[in-house]
Write a protein that binds this ligand. Structure first.
Ligand code: IPM
Ligand code: MN
Length: 338
């Protein structure tokens, strides 16, 4: 078995540097603690750093480097380069499924302690495809679905639910208005759902689902959403569990995946070693699952949860004054038992 994994590290802008540094502390601890897993890192630039070094926010060097990695960890990216960089990675590498878990953790002040759902955002089509035109006083952006893209994300969601012990998949839409896209996709959803008799399936209009996330998140499990809807819904979800500091994500394609916190680059906290790296460390946990190391992933998640619950090492956002790297070191220590 190949025990060496090439991990791409893309800090990006602002606090992306702080949180990827924290992730390295944990990755290095895993590398040292497990004989059957070694990491080789490949550092790549995007955003401001890439503009300075290579003259472009998403340079060819980075695109080529990503292609050689087993998995990529991404920090954060701010305006004005966010769309160019994220679409370069997500669309460029066909990372069609954006998996965004929304789970309330103990030790964090949350609106909904019972929340434990997963938004699966379609990541390459829909309204964010960017196709449109201006014609006089008409300004148009199109919501684009393809048969292939619809089927791919629906199947992915059922497979993901099955693999992760989830019991229900909910399809969100606005089928009453969006007949060409959402009504069609809903039919396909139920056709495919019939092949997964072990998993419950239902559907909801997206607006009703957004309210459901806020008021009764415990009734939701895996939720499929179109690209733009999923973008909004995952921030709504973040809002009920203490914010985007607690929302990791996995961008998954056929043969590559990129992992990132859902939050942005928060430039005013950059390089201060103060932000909460929980979302990034949980993105790392998702990376370990992707790499087939559920054993280490489970230990990492347990360590993150116990550091938060114990409350001794707390970053400023949860009422403490520990640093980003203090938090990462505490998680690393809990993970390896040192
Ligand atoms: C996200 C972000 C990005 C998106 C922006 C920064 C382009 O909001 O990852 O959710 O819309 O996908
Ligand atoms: Mn977003």
């Amino acid at each position: 078995m190949n025990t060496k994994k090439t991990i791409g590290i893309i800090p990006g802008d602002g606090i992306g540097r702080d949180v990827t540094k924290a992730a390295r502390i944990v990755l290095d601890a895993i590398d040292a603690a497990y004989d059957d897993l070694q990491f080789e890192y490949r550092h790549m630039d995007v955003g401001e750093a890439a503009v300075k070094r290579h003259g472009a926010a998403f340079p060819d060097e980075t695109r080529e480097g990503i292609a050689e990695c087993d998995a990529v960890l991404f920090g954060a990216i701010g305006a004005p380069h966010d769309f160019v960089v994220l679409s370069g990675i997500r669309y460029g590498f066909h990372l069609y499924a954006n998996v965004r878990p929304i789970k309330a953790l103990k030790g964090v002040s949350v609106l909904q302690p019972g929340a434990d759902l997963v938004v699966i955002r379609e990541n390459t089509e829909g309204l964010y495809k960017g196709i449109g035109y201006d014609d006089g006083d008409h300004h148009v952006n199109l919501r684009v679905f393809t048969d292939e893209g619809m089927e791919r994300i629906i199947r992915f969601s059922f497979e993901w639910a099955r693999k992760n012990g989830r019991r229900k998949v909910t399809f969100t839409h606005k089928e009453s208005i969006l007949r060409h896209t959402d009504a069609r996709m809903k039919d396909l959803f139920y056709e495919i759902a019939a092949e997964y008799a072990d998993i419950e399936s239902d559907d909801m209009e997206i607006d009703a689902c957004a309210m459901r996330v806020v008021m009764k998140p415990g009734t939701l499990d895996v939720v499929i959403a179109e690209n733009a809807n999923g973008d909004v819904l995952s921030d709504v979800g973040g809002g009920i569990i203490g914010g985007l500091g607690f929302t990791p994500s996995a961008n998954i394609g056929r043969d590559l995946a990129m992992f990132e916190p859902v939050h942005g680059s928060a430039p005013k906290y950059a390089d201060k070693d103060v932000v909460n790296p929980t979302a990034t460390l949980m993105a790392l946990r998702m990376m370990l699952e992707y790499l087939g190391r559920n054993d280490i992933a489970a230990r990492l998640q347990a360590s993150i949860e116990s550091v938060l619950e114990a409350g001794k090492v707390r970053t400023y956002d949860i009422g403490g004054n520990s640093s980003t790297s203090d938090f990462a070191r505490a998680v690393a220590a809990g993970l390896t038992g040192s």
